[in-house]
Design a protein around this ligand. Structure first.
Ligand code: ZN
Length: 357
């Protein structure tokens, strides 16, 4: 009796689990492979054993935030994990090309469509965190974190030159945090079900008879990979190419807006895998049974590797393209002059720096 109660409790908790992308193991693998792809001229303190543990653990952070009942966080964070491409056209008459890289501008554009045709967006009492009609913000989550990381490198470069050891350590910790958290979203981008309205079973017209069961998503996230024996770390590492600076149409990416275009194209590529994934499932290639049931495994493993490669490239590009934070540099120069003056080393007046809001 007690066992049955526990089982039903467990089932109930499974039923309210949010849709994830790769399970923690998959996300952790993405982050660790990305670290392994970095060249030796990437700061060693951001690649050592402690850094690996930190960045690996943080791969699961954005999913931990999804376990909350607090609706403001569910609303804010939930949408960052996916970008259901079909909703752009279905609800808003938009396409992936030319979307604004500014999250709030895009939100306002959607709101304008909703205000014009409220009948297309009926209230749904189950939609407690008000995410139902949003396609998601995955590409924005990636580029906003990319820009934060670049900012982190901009100030790390100054602290390494003029800061205290404590400041350098703090700056490095901040960078590791952003690297780890952004890795989660890049990992989500290669789970094809995070790019589609068919995120957990085919919806709407279904002439090809694809699966409609509401366990499909979690099967791809981890169930299948586990049944197939888990990701093969050594094999994935052997296939890893070294991280390289990102380019857009042959030119080095200049800023987060270039990265936005690149990420949009990347997501569009992953979206092309949605129907093949359902086909593979229909053919039994994702069953894990027999030889045929293993055929989907290298394809999903490759998605994990693809995420790691993009992530390594993003980290490296942020590092290499981060300009020196001149505002901070001036501040630290002033601080040094003031300290020297106090010590009687110099009579120089401290330079004034432009005030920031
Ligand atoms: Zn996620």
């Amino acid at each position: 009796m007690k066992t049955r109660f526990l089982v039903s409790l467990l089932l109930a908790s499974v039923a309210i689990q949010p849709i994830r992308a790769w399970d923690y193991e998959g996300h952790r693998t993405v982050n660790l492979l990305a670290l392994a792809s970095l060249p030796t001229n990437f700061p060693a303190a951001l690649r050592d054993a402690a850094a690996q543990e930190r960045v690996g653990f943080l791969a699961g952070e954005a999913d931990r935030w999804r376990n909350t009942n607090d609706r403001p966080l569910r609303h804010f964070n939930g949408l960052d994990h996916y970008f259901d491409v079909e909703y752009l056209a279905d609800y808003y008459g938009m396409t992936m090309a030319n979307l604004s890289p500014f999250r709030y501008e895009f939100t306002a554009q959607m709101a304008a469509v909703r205000a014009k045709s409220p009948e297309k967006f009926p209230a749904d009492e189950k939609d407690t965190d008000r995410t139902k009609y949003a396609p998601g913000f995955l590409p924005w989550a990636i580029i906003e974190n990319y820009a934060k990381l670049k900012s982190g490198f901009s100030y790390l470069k100054v602290y390494e030159e003029m800061g205290t050891p404590e400041e350098v350590a703090q700056a490095r910790q901040n960078i590791l945090y952003v690297m780890g958290v952004m890795g989660h979203y890049v990992g989500d981008a290669t789970q094809p079900l995070h790019t589609t309205k068919h995120f957990n079973g085919w919806v709407g017209a279904n002439p090809k008879g694809y699966a409609t069961n509401k366990t499909f998503h979690s099967w791809i996230d981890g169930g299948y990979l586990r049944k197939a024996g888990g990701l093969k770390d050594a094999e994935l590492r052997a296939k890893l190419r070294p991280a390289a600076p990102l380019t857009l149409d042959g030119a080095a990416v200049r800023d987060a807006e270039d990265v936005f275009k690149l990420v949009m194209r990347f997501v569009a590529e992953q979206h092309k895998l949605v129907e093949p994934l359902y086909e593979m499932n229909k053919d039994g290639r994702l069953s894990g049974n027999g030889e045929q049931g293993m055929e989907g495994f290298p394809i999903l493993s490759n998605q994990i590797r693809l995420a790691a490669q993009l992530l390594g490239d993003l980290w490296l590009t942020a590092y290499q393209s981060a300009p020196v934070d001149n505002f901070l540099k001036n501040q630290l120069a002033t601080r040094k002059l003031q300290a020297d003056a106090k010590d009687g080393k110099t009579e120089e007046k401290p330079k004034t720096t432009k005030k920031k809001k």
